[in-house]
Design a protein around this ligand. Structure first.
Ligand code: NAD
Length: 253
């Protein structure tokens, strides 16, 4: 894609943003990549090089070795604490502000578990896959926000004596129903759906863009790589969100 083509596509996205009354944005691990947080599909380093993250992110992995699985999540949590939101996160905060000031709808839906959107200032993102900042007891079900890094033990223990697990949705688990319903409604009711930094292979998040398109919304994707959405969305731009979103979010200037 030439720079000229890219600029033309960015112009189209800015036009869509100006025209719509309701936007829904879905983010994936790519949006945090420029903050230094690796995506699932990036190579693991150091101690973790020999593990496949897809295999650590399952209920079976936790049942097999809760100390290993909780340590892996805690290490990711610790690393994310050292990272800062990047210009892509900040551009989304700005877009939300512009939309809400104009009494238009802006729904941020994220698959990210790192809470960098909230740290940037985004209000009420729908966390489809939970977060590793909250840990839940597998016995009594109590959820607690864990701010201490690192955790004192693996796996962490609840006051009831049970084992705590990270409050994320693992492969093979159901998504939080209320959150998914809100995300679905936002996709069905938006005029523009933007799929940002996600490989669009993990369901049901991957279907949200299709739901929006079928309901008549314009659809946009930003990703340095092609994804299964690239061939049919209205606009697919090759690039990083940290680079492109700041320009796109200045649609009103
Ligand atoms: P993914 O790893 O499957 O895909 C990441 C996508 O981001 C890829 O398509 C890649 O081309 C793109 N990308 C890489 N750098 C980018 C950049 N700078 N700007 C824009 N795009 C970029 O991640 P996914 O689609 O989010 O889905 C997999 C699962 O991974 C999710 O369930 C999510 O919960 C989990 N995950 C989350 C985090 C996080 O919270 N930061 C990190 C790793 C994995």
């Amino acid at each position: 894609m030439s720079e000229e083509e890219r600029q033309a596509l960015i112009g189209m996205i800015r036009g869509f943003l100006r025209e719509t009354d309701a936007v829904a944005v879905l983010t994936g691990a790519g949006v945090s990549a420029e903050s230094g947080i690796p995506t699932f599909r990036d190579a693991q380093t150091g101690l973790w090089a020999k593990y496949d993250p897809m295999e650590l992110a399952t209920p079976q992995a936790f049942a097999r070795d809760p100390a290993l699985a909780s340590r892996w999540y805690d290490e990711r949590r610790r690393k994310s604490a050292d990272c800062e939101p990047n210009p892509g996160h900040l551009a989304l905060v700005r877009l939300q502000g512009e939309f809400e000031a104009a009494e238009k709808r802006f729904t941020l839906i994220t698959q990210n578990v790192d809470r960098l959107h909230q740290r940037a200032g985004s209000r009420d993102p729908l966390e489809l896959h939970g977060t590793f900042w909250v840990w839940r007891c597998t016995s009594c079900g109590e959820e607690r926000e864990e701010r201490t890094v690192p955790l004192p033990e693996y796996p962490p223990r609840c006051h009831c004596g049970g084992t705590r697990r990270p409050g994320v949705v693992w492969f093979g688990e159901a998504l939080p129903e209320a959150v998914l319903t809100k995300a679905w409604r936002a996709a069905e009711g938006c005029g523009l759906f933007m799929s940002l930094g996600t490989s669009s292979v993990v369901e049901p998040a991957a279907s949200l863009c299709r739901i929006a398109a079928d309901a008549g919304a314009k659809t946009v994707e930003i990703n340095p790589q092609e994804t299964p959405l690239s061939s049919w969305v209205d606009v697919s731009v090759r690039g990083t969100t940290g680079e492109l979103l700041p320009t796109i979010s200045s649609a009103w200037e």
